[in-house]
Design a protein. Structure first.
Length: 111
């Protein structure tokens, strides 16, 4: 596959992963809104929504980790320099630092 086609494939995969995360976040908000509604005290409701969204973000980090691992191992596009074992937890760590910060420190994408 030439470089231009590889970039288009990665762009498509990235778009799908972002769409999955947006849908996951939307469904989490919809579930929390329906479940809590007016049945819960306001402060407790806000706390439960915040905890629910924290769980949604945690799941989204896992979605990106699986995608990074798939793209590197199964498709052979690029790599993440600094990964020691190459197991899913390395990709979860990279996904976490990328999701919460700029992400370029001890692990760096190459390619």
């Amino acid at each position: 596959m030439n470089e231009h086609a590889a970039h288009l494939v990665i762009l498509g995969i990235s778009g799908m992963i972002v769409a999955i995360c947006v849908m996951l976040h939307y469904e989490a908000l919809r579930f929390l809104g329906r479940t809590l509604g007016a049945h819960v005290h306001k402060r407790i409701g806000v706390l439960l929504v915040m905890m629910g969204l924290l769980i949604a973000h945690f799941l989204e980090v896992w979605v990106f980790a699986v995608a990074y691992m798939f793209v590197e191992h199964e498709m052979g596009f690029g790599r993440i320099a600094g990964i020691t074992t190459g197991d899913i937890f390395d990709y979860f760590y990279y996904s976490s630092i990328s999701y919460t910060t700029v992400g370029f420190g001890d692990l760096v994408p190459v390619g």
